[in-house]
Every structure is written in structure tokens, then in C-alpha cells.
Design a binder for this molecule. Structure first.
Ligand code: ATP
Ligand code: ZN
Length: 285
């Protein structure tokens, strides 16, 4: 039977979360650490473990049908792959950083400066968009030490918290790109592959909505129920069930993670008591 082939990072910042996502989708993968290729036992999916930099090319060539990479890698490689689904993890940004002793006055600072980076393609696009000509020095790792060893005046590198920059005496001055993990796909799928992909994306979206939601149960006097159900409207409408105590009810509903604490405050102010919050594993609307 035809299968869908997915390439994921063998080891690095994307590998654990990529495997966890597939597991949360109910897809069973054996843990053969050194295998290059494994098959899922209960879903028509083959996995390839590769370096992230190689994944866009493999997907473009159809060696793999889809892959998980950071948008930064996708854009740097300039392949003909499409983004099929954003995944919301491995969020980071590609930024320009300079020694913190320098007073930064604007992007002109980079004119004729030497910039070390692993992302020469994205960086040169960015600089030419801003009409700045610099000398780009491509290096493949430990970019953040380049200014300290006199290799470059500035760097363009991935940042999440900024602590690596800070401990190397650098400060972020321009954001070049925002990035997160995405599923990329080749441009044409067979109809069987397309239907496997649709199934996979359906499951991923259910997992993502679940991760982004909390199930809440609370108690409130009946005269407050209308106010409270206005705050937490639920998927269709909230469940309201009477308590054994007269004139009291329990409300069950779902809250989005993004607004969670604000909503909890509103509920408390509206008279809710005994608020229980539980994770949602999957959500199919
Ligand atoms: P490989 O050996 O597969 O080439 P790598 O060293 O190039 O791995 P990692 O450091 O594992 O790559 O990062 C993989 C991806 O994780 C990056 O391309 C980026 O999208 C994302 N990422 C998220 N946060 C960060 C961060 N703080 N620094 C670097 N990458 C990050
Ligand atoms: Zn890499």
C-alpha cells in the first residue's frame, strides 16, 4: 500500500517535538535511534531522520513527500516546497546583533560591515531590501563568537531568549525574520498521498486546538449563570447542570489558553466558585 514519507530532524531542537506531535496524533513510531528510516505501525507513514538543512531539498525532489523544518531553513534553501501547516513550536527569530558597546543608530550601521551568519540568502535579501551593502561571511556554527575573535563586526543568527547573545556581549538590533516549525510539502501529491496528508493534518489540527484549550468546570448561583456563560461561550454553548444545592449550577466550558488568566479573573469577579481546570487532549469541532 502507498505511504506518505515524512522527513524530520534526526537530532536537534526540532526532533523531540516533531516526534511528540506524531505520537499525540496517535501514530506509533518505534524508537530505533540509529535507523535512518522507520515505518509507523498503525498509520501509512514512513519517517526519515535527516539533518534539517537537507530536508527542503529532499522534499522538493520527492524523496520525502513532506517534512518538518523551521521557516528559516525553508527560506534559506529557496526550494519549491509549500508550507502545508504551521506547527507553533520552535519559535525564534533571525536577528542582526552587534557588540553592546556600540551605539546603534539604524540599519546604515551595517554598510560595509562584515556580518557572520549561517543564513546568507535570507540576510542578503534583507540587506538589499534596505539598500545596505555589507560583506556577508558565511559560517556554519558558533556564529555568536565571531565578533569576539575578530572575524566579523556583527552577526545575523537565530535568537529565542537572547541569553546566548547577552553572554557573548552582543545586543540584538534588527529582526530579520520570525520563524516557527512548519510542515512543508512537495508540489504535487498522488490522490492516495493527498488523502493520507489530509488525515494527518486533521489530526494535527485537533491536537493543536487541544493544546491551546483548557476545559473548565465551575459552580455559581443561578442568578449569575447568564453573566458567566456570556464570558465562556463554549464550543456550541456551555453545559449548565443543576447542583444538589438549591439555586446553584455547574458550568462546563472551554477556554483558549491565550486568554486563560484574564478569563479566570472575569469569572471570579462574576461570582464563580470552585473553578476546576483540565487539559484538553484533542479537540474536533
Ligand atoms: P542539524 O544538525 O539538523 O543541522 P542544527 O544545528 O542546524 O541541526 P538546531 O539548532 O537543532 O539546528 O535548530 C533547528 C531549528 O530550531 C532551527 O532551524 C530553528 O528553526 C529552531 N530554533 C528555535 N529556537 C532556536 C534557537 N534559540 N536557536 C537556534 N534555533 C532555534
Ligand atoms: Zn541544520
Amino acid at each position: 500500500m502507498e505511504k506518505l514519507k515524512i522527513a524530520i530532524q534526526k537530532s536537534g531542537r526540532l526532533s523531540e517535538q516533531s516526534k511528540q506531535l506524531l505520537k499525540d496524533c496517535g501514530i506509533k513510531i518505534k524508537n530505533g535511534k540509529n535507523a535512518l528510516r522507520v515505518s509507523a505501525s498503525n498509520f501509512p507513514l514512513d519517517l526519515f531522520y535527516l539533518r534539517d538543512d537537507d530536508i527542503p531539498q529532499y522534499v522538493q525532489d520527492g524523496i520525502a513527500d513532506i517534512g518538518i523544518v523551521g521557516e528559516n531553513v525553508l527560506l534559506e534553501k529557496k526550494t519549491k516546497c509549500n508550507i502545508v501547516q504551521k506547527l507553533g513550536f520552535a519559535k525564534c527569530r533571525l536577528s542582526l546583533a552587534i557588540p553592546k558597546s556600540i551605539e546603534y543608530k539604524g540599519i546604515e550601521y551595517f554598510k560595509n560591515k562584515k556580518i557572520a551568519t549561517s543564513y546568507p540568502v535570507i540576510l542578503s535579501d534583507f540587506l538589499s531590501k534596505h539598500n545596505v551593502k555589507s560583506e556577508i561571511h558565511e559560517i556554519s556554527g558558533s556564529v555568536e563568537i565571531a565578533p569576539n575573535i575578530g572575524l566579523a563586526d556583527a552577526i545575523c543568527d537565530l535568537v529565542s531568549t537572547g541569553s546566548t547573545l547577552f553572554s557573548n556581549g552582543l545586543i540584538e538590533v534588527e529582526e530579520v525574520l520570525k520563524s516557527e516549525a512548519v510542515i512543508i510539502g512537495k508540489t504535487n501529491f498522488s490522490s492516495v498521498q493527498q488523502s493520507i496528508l489530509d488525515k494527518l493534518i486533521f489530526r494535527i489540527q485537533a491536537v493543536q486546538k487541544g493544546r491551546n484549550s483548557k476545559y473548565v468546570i465551575l459552580n455559581a448561583p443561578n442568578e449569575k449563570i447568564e453573566l458567566i456563560t456570556g464570558i465562556i461561550p463554549g464550543l456550541k454553548s456551555p453545559t449548565v447542570v443543576p447542583l444538589a444545592e438549591n439555586n446553584w449550577s455547574a458550568v462546563h466550558s472551554v477556554i483558549s489558553e491565550d486568554v486563560f488568566w484574564d478569563v479566570i479573573d472575569e469569572l471570579k469577579n462574576a461570582g464563580a466558585e470552585g473553578i476546576l481546570v483540565m487539559p484538553v487532549e484533542k479537540m474536533i469541532i
